[in-house]
Design a protein around this ligand. Structure first.
Ligand SMILES: Nc1ncnc2c1ncn2[C@@H]1O[C@H](COP(=O)(O)OP(=O)(O)O)[C@@H](O)[C@H]1O
Ligand SMILES: [Mg+2]
Length: 367
């Protein structure tokens, strides 16, 4: 595996997150269902996967990205329940392999009975069993077996995008709040949709979970991580200037740290000057320009204007006269445009109250 993957970071590609790993593990142990919230590409999926593997959890991963209707949601959940059942009772899988022909017509309910289990499970997907019932049955099965498990619901915001999503959300709530052995982790790439699902008192999932916010990885952690990676690759450490340039151009955004470093680490020798790092960054952005600017170019003019001005200098007073002079947009329009940019996670407010661009590559591109 590459040290700087574009997809999920795992094992030696995984940097730090020590506190978050400990915290998520505690949530799992204490059956505290969790919604992990962060802008896209901050490392939510990577963190969950790492915690699952670190602790050898029995888990299933449901990716809701492609769901377009209630039937899709149901099918995904039922498939995951079956998978989880086989993980909780590997002997069933063996039995299924020995009796492939039989299993085509026999439901896991009979398999379980054949093993002397008294619990009844209906797992034929065409059966009309509701998803909450299925989730509760598998939970009860795990509980009776004295096992614990995790169901990861990734890209979960997609459920809120299907027509008439409330019944599915209500069934999920019904199962989650009664769980005795399964901890649920929800995550997704649209943090505003996701927050809305779990914190709006009119929605079925209101206050079901403990929210966990994921920030960027601290620069000090990246310094240690990148030095170790440099030693591994070139048997040399990097100069302070070089490392500082990496963390400052990428602003410690995990996706861009990996994007830039996967380019840098391809060279036969380590970069020795900050300018060299910037050249590689400029080339990386040029190569990926179409992806980086895809969202930007479709934005209304006022939003683009705000992006350009914020790229030059962030502000803590976006409705003040000085910022208005820079944008040449009336403050009522600024408010609308800014709300929209915040909602799309293009702009964020930092700990000091400054409005900044979230994506360092967009920032570099428009400057
Ligand atoms: N802890 C980490 N260490 C190193 N790279 C990471 C870490 N977390 C995420 N990344 C990298 O950041 C990018 C986004 O990660 P991902 O887990 O897919 O984010 P999300 O699920 O929040 O969209 C990927 O390139 C991934 O390899
Ligand atoms: Mg993800």
């Amino acid at each position: 595996m590459s040290l700087f993957p574009a997809g999920i970071a795992f094992g030696e590609a995984f940097c730090n997150r020590v506190e978050e790993r400990t915290r998520l593990k505690k949530h799992i142990d204490n059956l505290r269902h969790t919604v992990l919230i962060a802008p896209r590409r901050y490392g939510k999926s990577s963190l969950i996967r790492q915690v699952m593997e670190d602790n050898q959890c029995i888990y299933v991963w449901i990716d809701f990205l492609s769901v377009t209707n209630q039937g899709d949601v149901e099918a995904k959940i039922k498939k995951a329940c079956k998978e989880l059942l086989f993980k909780l009772a590997p002997e069933l899988k063996k039995l299924q392999m020995q009796t492939t022909e039989l299993v085509k017509s026999v439901s896991p309910e009979l398999n379980l009975n054949a093993l002397g289990q008294t619990l009844t499970l209906h797992f034929d997907t065409d059966e009309s069993i509701a998803i909450d019932e299925m989730l509760l049955q598998i939970d009860e099965y795990a509980f009776k077996k004295g096992k614990r498990a995790v169901i990861v619901c990734d890209e979960f915001q997609q459920i809120s995008q299907i027509a008439d999503c409330e019944p599915a959300e209500a069934l999920i709530r019904h199962a989650v709040e009664r769980a005795q052995a399964i901890t649920y982790i929800f995550s997704g790439s649209n943090r505003h949709l996701l927050s809305e699902m779990f914190s709006n008192s009119h929605r079925p999932l209101y206050r079901l979970c403990q929210a966990m916010m994921l920030e960027r990885i601290a620069a000090s952690e990246y310094v240690k991580f990148l030095q170790a990676a440099a030693l591994k690759q070139w048997q040399q450490s990097l100069s302070e200037n070089v490392i500082q340039q990496v963390t400052s151009l990428t602003e410690c955004h995990p996706f861009y740290v990996n994007g830039l470093c996967s380019e840098l680490w391809q060279a036969d020798t380590p970069p020795t000057a900050a300018e060299q790092v910037e050249q590689v960054w400029a080339r990386y952005i040029e190569m990926n320009k179409s992806i980086i600017v895809a969202e930007y170019i479709s934005l209304p003019l006022n939003q683009k204007r705000l992006i350009t001005v914020l790229a030059q200098a962030p502000t803590d007073a976006p409705f003040g006269a000085e910022f208005g002079l820079r944008t040449k947009i009336p403050s009522s329009s600024t408010r609308r445009a800014l709300d929209s940019l915040l909602e799309k996670d293009i702009v964020f407010v930092d700990a000091d109250g400054y409005y900044r661009l979230l994506d360092p590559a967009v920032k570099y591109y428009v400057q």
